[in-house]
Structures are given as C-alpha cells and as structure tokens.
Design a protein around this ligand. Structure first.
Ligand SMILES: Cc1ncc(C[n+]2csc(CCOP(=O)(O)OP(=O)(O)O)c2C)c(N)n1
Ligand SMILES: [Mg+2]
Length: 968
C-alpha cells in the first residue's frame, strides 16, 4: 500500500475509528462484523490507546512555549538536538479520503497505527525499565514484554512499512524501525522517566514534549562540557584530598556520586534564570562536606580547620556544638550576574528528619519577601536511596507539598542513589522497584538517571528545575550511582557486598570516564584534564596550609531576620506583656463579631454573646478567650501568628473557633484578622494527620521568622511522641548544637480526667528530662491570664526559646479556671509561681504547703474549700523550666514550720516529680527548711500513664487529693 493511500487515517478518520471503537465497547453488535473482528483482535489495553487517539497523544500537543525556552547559558550551554530530518515525513497536505480504499486496507492500516501507538505508549509508561541506569551494571536488565514489538503482533517483515502516526512523536508517518529507534533513544537511554502516572494533562504533556522533542538526548557546547568536567574534578579531588590528609576520618564521601555537584550547579544556574534568588538545602551525611564546599562555597580552610578538631564557631559562643557533617552554612553566589542566597539547614543524624524543617523555612521566607507565586525561594532536598524508601517522614513531607497551609511551590528532591544503605541491599530495604516509589503519592515526575553520565544528570536537573518553576510542584531526580568506599571511610564494605565492591574496585571514576570521553570527542586535551585536577589540588593545599591558624571570627547567627535579637541572659524574663484594657476590649469585640450576612452556627452566636459580655464586664475570661486576646494583641502590634495542628481552627475541644464556617456557603471567616486595618495576620491551619512532619515544618518556620508567634498544637498531648525526633533533635537541642534559636510554642493537652491511658498525659516528664543549658521553657499554667502572658512573652523579649505548654481540656470550661481582664491589663505579667489568692490563716499557722502544677490545683482547691481546711496552702509552679528557684525560695521562706508536699496526678515515674524534687530540695536546703525535702503525693509508679477505667480513675484521684490535704 502506498503512503498516499494511507492518508485516510489522518485526523477525522482517526476520530471515526475511535468513535467506532467507543460504539464497539458499549455494544459490539452495533459495528460492522469486520470491525468487530478487528477490535476483538486487539489487546486489552487498546481501550486506552483508542481513547488517546482523541486525546493528547494522538492529537497535537499544545506546544507550550516554555518547553523550548532553553536560553543558552554560559556554564552549561545546551543546544537542542535536532531530530534527523530524514526521519521526519510530514503528510504533505494529504486530504482525508476513503475513496478507492477497501475495508481490508483500512483495517490493516488502522491496526498498524493502533498497535504502533500501543507500543509507543508502552515505552512512555515503562521504557524506564529498560533504561541504562546502573553505572555498575550489576544486574542484567530484563526485557519487558510490553516493550517488544512482537507483543503487538509485529514481525520482522513489518519493520519498514510506513505507519501513520498523525503527529505522535512529531511524525506523520514512520516505519516501525524508526519508531523503535526513537522511543528507545528517548526512554531507554541513560535517563528513565516516570511521568505517565501524572493525572494533570498539562504536566504530562509538558514532560512528554520536553523529552520527546529532543529524544531526551542532552547536547552541550564544548564550554558546557568543560564546565561539567571541572565540577566533577572539584568534587573528586576534594574527597581525594581529604582522604589523603585525614585518612580514615569519617566524612561520608561522595565518591561514586560526584555527578551530584554539576547537577546541583545546573539547578541553581537554571533556577536563577527562571527567577530563583534563594535556595534552602536539606541533606544528610553523604557528600555533605562536598556540597558545602563545592556548591555552597564554604571556605575550604574552615572545613580543614574543623577536621583538625577545631570548633566551627568562636569559643565564646560554642554551645555544645556538633560534628562537622551536620553543620549549617549559608552563602551568596552569583550566576550570570544574578545573586542567589544559599543555605544548608543543620540536621541531626536522623535521616530525613530535616525535610519538613527545610520546607517550613522556605514557607516563612516566601511570606517574608512577599514571594506569593513562590517563584523566588525553593527547597532542594538531597536524600539517600535507603532513607528515601524507608523513612515515613518522606511521605509526610511529600503530603505537605500541595496543601494550602504548607505549600512551598515545589521541592526538587535529589536522591543520591548509591544502591546501598550502610550494608543493606535495596532488595532488603524496599518492596517497590525503585527507591523513589513513594513520590507517586503526589504524582510527582521521577527522573532516573545514570550518574556515570554527568551530561544526562545535568540535563535532568535542568528539566527538574524548569518543571518546578512551570508547575510549582515537587519533582524527583533519582541518580543511580555507587559508593566507592564503605559506609564511612573506616568501614569495610566487602564483608557484605563482595561482588559489588569487586566491580567498584575495577570501575573508573565518573570524572575519569567523562574526561576520557571529552578527550575522545576532542573537546579537551589530556594535559588540560590533568591540569584541571592539579590546579584545584594546589588551591586545596594552600587552604590546608593556613587551616591550623584559622579562627572563625564570628558566629553566623543573629543575622538577617534575626538581627536585633540576642542570647538569653539573666533570670528576669517576664518581658512587657501587659495590654491596655481598651485594646483588649477592642480585640474582644472583633473576636465576637462577624459580617451581617455571614451565617454563623446557631450555637456559636450564643457562645459569642456570652464571651462578649464577659469581656465587657472584665470577668470570667476563659482559656480560649485569653488565647484569642493574646493572639489579637500580637497581631495589632505587627507580629504574625501561625498556628497549625489537627483540627486546630475549631479546636479539638470545640473551644477555639478561630475560623468560622458560613452554614450556607461554607465560606470561612477569621475574626482575628478583622480587628484593625494594617494589623498583621493570623494563619490558623488544620494540619494533615501527621505529627513529626508538621511539627518539623513549624519548627522550620520559627527558625526563619523570629517576628512571628509560631505554634503547633497536638490533638492530645500524647500524640506528640509521634514527633519525638523533632522534639529531641531540633527543639530541645538545636540552639546548643547549631546556634539556631526558635521561639516555637507547643500546645499539648494534658490532664487526668478519666479518659484513659492515651488521652491523659502529654508526657511532661519527657520534656522536663530534656531541659538543660537554658534550652527551652516548660509551663503548666493554671489561669487563662498566665497563659496569655506566656504566649505574649514569646515575642516580647530579645531572645527566642521554645515554649512547651501543658494545655487544659476540662479546664477550658471550668467555672474556676477564669481570669479577669485586668489580669492581662497594665501592670501585669507572667508569674512563675502562684500562691493562694486569699489568705486562709497567718503564715506561721500554715501546717502544710502543697506544691503542685496545672489542673490538679483545681481538684485540691475545691476539696480544701469543701472541707473548710484553713492551714493547708498551695503553691503552684506555673513554670517548671527554667525552674523558678528565686520565686519559690521567697514563697517557701514564709512557711518554715510547715511540711512540704509535692502533689501530682501523674504516676510517680511520670509528671514533674523526678525533675522537681531535687530542685525543691535545693531551695529548701538554701532556706535551711526544717522539713528537709518534699514528700510525694500522687499515683504510684505505673506502666501506662493512666487507667482506662473511669471508676478507678475517680478513686485514685480522690485518694491523692485526700492525701495531699490530710496533715499528720
Ligand atoms: C533515622 C535513622 N536511622 C538509622 C540511621 C543510621 N544510618 C546512618 S546512614 C544509614 C544508611 C543510609 O543509607 P542511604 O539513605 O542509602 O544513604 P547512603 O549512606 O547510602 O548515602 C543508616 C542506616 C540514621 N542515621 N537515621
Ligand atoms: Mg544509599
């Protein structure tokens, strides 16, 4: 059959066949028997193909201009690879015509087209499975049957017959031989692309166009190639140098994955052309020193000095410091005259824990600079293959990526996939075919690339950057490479991976392979290659010589957004937190108002009415109202407030109602954002059901934005232990390890109310055990006003410390747990210790002082009143850490004759007892108090925090209250 005769299959006829097929699918009897036979012969997935005949693949793509906006750039110049013109055979004005063509011809030609489309589609979906990705070629690559033309009934004799494609792959007609060549070039080279899982047609079409138009073959100018070689040379020489000078010292070298360096460089360079001016990096151990030096430009001399065991910061601001491959740094770099600020976030050993911290920082920075379309600031997260597959935090971070309250306009994830995790093989560390599978959770495109082809790595890095800027969504680069040495430099890898390491030993370095290629291509001479390495080595030597005399001249904190803040000193830390009564009333009016046409829930109007009356009378201000007053007052002072947590906008206990929902339209209204013109805004975000990920995010936000009150709320305090890594590794120790302050507030519902083991305790004891070196504050307030001051204090001092708050549940509605407006008014402040409001007897008649904290105070208070006891007085420790030594001493000094009891509702091995007992004893010793030490009253030691039986709870609670009040 001649080509012209095949023209019947262009546009309209293609649709005709697709329509015919649609009819066949719904009712096979409705089509001509010859067509029925034809369709029946097709495989199951022909449905997809025929559907696509009318869709993006068959029809013309929209030709999104941005796909081709690849301005040649100085460093890595890329020119588009023109497709060989011989392959292009446009249908020269052929008119659709069925004249003179028999049904058998139509059937044969249509069958060819459909089968070819199925094959092409199979390559788009699964071509990556046959891509040449592993530099070590450890496993023979299996052929996938769907990528074999024979599967579709093609035989060798079909190879050269023209097949009508109507624009697919850019061709009107192509032979099967040509088609196979093109799809294999595009999908089975050194790059494997997974994108057909993306449901958004524009994103899918963009990627298809971007890669198919150039058969996914990068082509670089000579200058670009030399630049890539130079970056590889820096990467390799740096590790070699460290290996020579500090043999056996842990550095978690990048060797085997050096293509990371030019790839990152490309992201920054292309990003700067597309509007980026700030990148926040998060990464683990592997290659971190190399990235610090060769991407972020940390001075070599500083790194060498740290290798010699010297501190990274001046002695006087040392903190407890951290190992060198956890440290943060920041720098400015220029790309073609455009400045890009780079920072690498400090991280703990815990893999992937830094991910959402980085995202939170990016979000805060975007807000700071008004980067509303998120074009300027971006996160790059580097991952190990085992960690990316294994750590749940990766999924949590991905889940945040497109949520309104957390999105950051897309992150580039770069996996340094060295095909091993410490000693563990991929087959033992993941169930899926790739380490990157989890990214499909958010339908991110995934570019697998062979790290021994640095041009391919740079090429996909560029596409990733363009995709992020175009769609503001996450994108994954999975760079297959290897790890030349053991997990660290003192580790013997062949105990467990003998075959792999025999292969690696014989395998030339990425740089050597690439240099050889460029010499072969005539891009560079052999001498120039060597010179590149020796020249760089000389620079390293020079830095090395001066390292022993190197002194960091200042710590890199309290700069930028943090300037004006200082290191916390002294004991008096109440800050200026009082607010004029007039202002409080103004806020009170705003938070109980809503637009006239807003349909508020009936029950809420009643609640708001009562609230408003209390504010007017200045009495009975409950917890949630005090909180709203604290937020509102900060907002009108210009401090932003960001509160996130599960169901936080309503409040787990239906107490907050910070966001109102119109009962007719579902519109939202935030009364706190309608106090005054020009006020700062509050962002109250209902979070996804994650603890670690979200807490990390808010911590990150607080690192970048000291002028905001940032809060995370747990649904119940217990759930915070799902975020233990963030608490231990960042919140409690970040300032000491990395000189990074945070004013983050954690709100943790806590209190024994008979709700069972999992809804009673926020594990106060754990937080207290973490306290040391003035690292954070732990409070367990008993009054709304004191909570009000504790919140305001967070941003009204010249330093920042995390604040852990045990928050109430039943006390949210307790008639005694209320404050007066004037307790927040002029002259008031936070109280670390609170004593009885009313003196029941003279100080020297007091027989017992009960020290307590939090909710149990109200149980004690009510029972003392019921029994009309006069000689027992209460001292509430509102703040547990820093321990209110001075205030407690002053109070306890009033009662030298009394016995001292510590009363808590938690079991003895929990709550504040273990922490507070020695502190109280020290105060008593200083006073020479006759009682010597405090006596414990509370639940006995227990395994679970609380009983699940309400009756037992009530009995236990009554007993401990009784013991606390019974003297003698
Ligand atoms: C949460 C966590 N668990 C365990 C470890 C101990 N550990 C350090 S590196 C490593 C292997 C990481 O493998 P991979 O993510 O592939 O990175 P690679 O070292 O291969 O670059 C392990 C298990 C850790 N650092 N963090
Ligand atoms: Mg690995």
């Amino acid at each position: 059959m001649q080509r012209d005769e095949l023209s019947f299959l262009s546009g309209p006829n293609a649709e005709f066949i697709a329509d015919l097929y649609a009819r066949y699918v719904t009712d096979p009897g409705s089509v001509d028997p010859s067509w029925r036979e034809f369709f029946a012969e097709l495989r199951d997935d022909s449905r997809t193909v025929l559907e696509e005949m009318q869709g993006a693949s068959w029809g013309r793509r929209d030709g999104n201009g941005n796909c081709h906006g690849h301005a040649a750039d100085a460093g890595y110049e890329t020119v588009m690879l023109d497709e060989a013109p011989a392959l292009k055979t446009p249908a020269a004005g052929a008119e659709p015509s069925l004249r003179g063509v028999g049904i058998d011809d139509i059937r044969a030609a249509a069958k060819d087209s459909v089968r070819a489309l199925m094959l092409i589609r199979a390559y788009r979906v699964r071509g990556h499975l046959e891509a040449d990705l592993d530099p070590l070629n450890l496993k023979p690559r299996d052929r996938h049957p769907e990528l074999d033309p024979a599967t579709y009934g093609f035989t060798e004799t079909d190879m050269d017959r023209p097949i009508f494609l109507d624009g697919v792959l850019g061709f009107q007609y192509a032979s099967l031989r040509q088609i196979v060549q093109i799809v294999r070039d595009t999908y089975c080279g050194k790059i494997g692309v997974e994108y057909m899982h993306i449901q958004d047609p524009a994103q899918k079409a963009w990627i298809q166009e971007r890669i198919e138009s150039i058969r996914n073959q990068p082509q670089f100018t000579e200058k670009g190639k030399r630049a890539i070689l130079e970056r590889l040379t820096h990467g390799e020489t740096f590790e070699r140098f460290l290996d020579k000078k500090y043999t056996g010292t842990k550095r978690f070298g990048l060797e085997g994955g050096e293509a990371t360096i030019p790839a990152l460089e490309q992201i920054l360079k292309r990003g700067s052309q597309l509007g980026l001016d700030e990148v926040v990096f998060g990464m683990a151990h592997r290659g971190r020193l190399n990235v610090l030096a060769n991407v972020l430009g940390k001075p070599f001399v500083a790194i060498f000095s740290e290798f010699q065991g010297n501190p990274a910061n001046p002695e006087d601001v040392q903190g407890s410091a951290d190992v060198k491959y956890h440290l943060c740094t920041s720098s400015d770099r220029e790309f073609d005259g455009r400045r890009v600020h780079l920072s690498l976030t400090a991280n703990p050993s815990h893999l992937e824990a830094v991910d959402t911290v980085v995202l939170g920082k990016v979000r805060a920075k975007q807000a700071q600079k008004g980067d509303l379309d998120r074009n300027q600031t971006m996160a790059i997260l580097l991952h190990g293959d085992a960690a990316f597959a294994g750590q749940g935090l990766v999924a949590e971070a991905l889940d945040l990526s497109d949520l309104k309250g957390y999105r950051t306009g897309g992150t580039i994830h770069f996996i340094i996939n060295n095909q091993i995790g410490f000693t563990t093989d991929p087959v033992k560390s993941r169930s899926g075919p790739y380490c990157s599978e989890v990214a499909k959770l958010i339908q991110a495109p995934i570019f697998h690339v062979n790290g021994d082809d640095p041009e391919a790595a740079v090429h996909v890095a560029r596409i990733a950057m363009e995709f992020r800027q175009q769609f503001k969504r996450d994108v994954i680069v999975d760079m297959f490479c290897y790890r030349r040495h053991g997990h660290n430099e003192g580790d013997e890898p062949s105990f467990t991976q003998p075959h792999m390491y025999r292969t690696i030993a014989k395998h030339p370095t990425t740089r050597a392979l690439y240099a050889e290629r460029l010499v072969r291509e005539g891009v560079i001479g052999k001498e120039a290659v060597d010179q590149m390495a020796t020249g760089f080595q000389a620079r390293l030597e020079e830095a090395f010589e001066t390292a022993s005399g190197y002194k960091p001249n200042k710590a890199d904190w309290l700069e930028g957004a943090w300037s004006g803040l200082a290191v916390a000193t002294g004991d008096d830390r109440r800050g200026e937190t009082a607010v004029e009564l007039e202002t409080l009333r103004e806020i009170g009016t705003a938070i109980t108002s809503f637009p006239a046409d807003f349909h508020v829930h009936r029950k809420l109007t009643r609640i708001f009415e009562a609230k408003r009356q209390h504010i007017e009378s200045g009495t009975e201000i409950d917890w949630a109202t005090a909180e709203a007053l604290a937020f509102g007052s900060l907002l009108i002072e210009g401090f932003k407030v960001r509160l996130s947590g599960q169901d936080t906008s309503r409040g787990t206990f239906s107490q907050r109602h910070a966001v109102l929902i119109d009962q007719e339209t579902k519109d939202e209204f935030v009364p706190l954002n309608a106090i005054r013109k020009g006020q700062a805004l509050i962002e109250v975000v209902d979070s996804p059901l994650s603890e670690a990920g979200v807490l990390g995010f808010e911590y990150g936000f607080s690192l970048a934005e000291p002028r905001a009150l940032v809060l995370w709320e747990a649904q119940f305090g217990d759930f915070a232990n799902g975020a233990q890594v963030i608490i231990d590794q960042f919140i409690a120790s970040g300032e000491a390890k990395w000189l990074r302050m945070s004013g983050l507030v954690m709100l943790l519902p806590h209190g024994y109310e008979g709700q069972g083991p999992e809804h009673s305790s926020a594990r106060l004891e754990r937080f207290l055990q973490l306290c040391g070196e003035d690292n954070m504050q732990v409070v367990n307030c008993t009054t709304p006003a004191n909570y009000f001051h504790a919140l305001r204090r967070q941003v009204h001092r010249n330093f920042r410390k995390p604040l852990i708050v045990m928050t109430p549940k039943s006390l949210l509605r307790h008639k005694l747990c209320v404050s007066r407006l004037q307790d927040m008014g002029p002259g008031t402040s936070f109280h670390r210790v609170m004593y009885d409001d009313v003196r029941l007897c003279a100080d020297d008649e007091v027989k017992r002082v009960v020290l307590c904290s939090g909710k149990v105070y109200y149980d004690l208070f009510e029972e003392r009143a019921r029994r009309e006891i006069k000689d027992v007085c209460f001292l509430r420790l509102e703040q547990l850490h820093p321990f209110p030594h001075k205030a407690l001493k002053a109070e306890l000094g009033r009662f030298p004759q009394a016995d001292i009891v510590w009363c808590q509702e938690e079991p003895k091995n929990m709550g504040a007892w273990s922490y507070a007992a020695p502190e109280i004893e020290a105060v008593m010793a200083e006073l020479g108090h006759q009682a010597g030490r405090p006596r414990y009253v509370g639940r006995p030691t227990a395994a679970a925090p609380a009983t699940g039986l309400l009756k037992r709870h009530t009995r236990e609670q009554a007993l401990l209250v009784d013991q606390a009040l019974t003297v003698g």
